[in-house]
Design a protein. Sequence first.
Length: 339
Amino acid sequence: MWIAGFKEEGTRDMWIAGFKEEGTRDMWIAGFKEEGTRDMWIAGFKEEGTRDMWIAGFKEEGTRDMWIAGFKEEGTRDMWIAGFKEEGTRDMWIAGFKEEGTRDMWIAGFKEEGTRDMWIAGFKEEGTRDMWIAGFKEEGTRDMWIAGFKEEGTRDMWIAGFKEEGTRDMWIAGFKEEGTRDMWIAGFKEEGTRDMWIAGFKEEGTRDMWIAGFKEEGTRDMWIAGFKEEGTRDMWIAGFKEEGTRDMWIAGFKEEGTRDMWIAGFKEEGTRDMWIAGFKEEGTRDMWIAGFKEEGTRDMWIAGFKEEGTRDMWIAGFKEEGTRDMWIAGFKEEGTRDM
């Protein structure tokens, strides 16, 4: 049985649709009661296998005063509820999950006056996460932002907090994990733009230490990032020393399995005076070098590949004064091309 009915004067006063099915859905009902825009909107599902009841309702005057959606499920979710209570923008927003297998309780709420005064979200889970909490307390922009994870299997504690007056004075995020990461810390101390930015990883299995720091006055004076890993990468270092644009940029990879050394450096005064990148790999490529020497446009561009399996030597060079004076590319291959 499928029924659809319209009773309209100007736009749409009543709209009803019903489904009675044997295999997929037992009952599906949707009703609209509207004057100008939409005063009541109801949709319900009564199902045997997937969902037992699904209800969504709108009660609106100008924009949206009440919005309710509920799920009652057997296999996946037992109860899912989302409600909106709004005047101008959004005064209350609530969403809750009551689940058996995955999540026991999920709650998210918004309480706003101008922008957003309070935002709270909590997770209580059995298998994956025990507690996840995120809260916002804002007046003009954002005065306090806190997010915390308390987990048994994956993460034990995850905390992120913002304390701001004008832009951002303090930003702290920390991870304490058992299996993957032992400690992850990121902190921002800012007055105008950003004076100090620190991020650190202390891991057992994947990464032992990851540090990234910014020390800035105007733009960026020092940027350092380092990776010390056991399995994948042994050392990864990237540093920026800048006054106006960028005077020195260095990035290095020292790896056991994939790459043994990867270095990229920039030495710039106005645009770019020297750019060097080198790859020394065991499995795929033995040597990959690319260098740029530029004054105005591009005076020298060199890229070389020395490979064991696919290509033995690949060289491409540019020597330019105005447009392009010399362009060289050579292939020396074993299987496909010799030169």
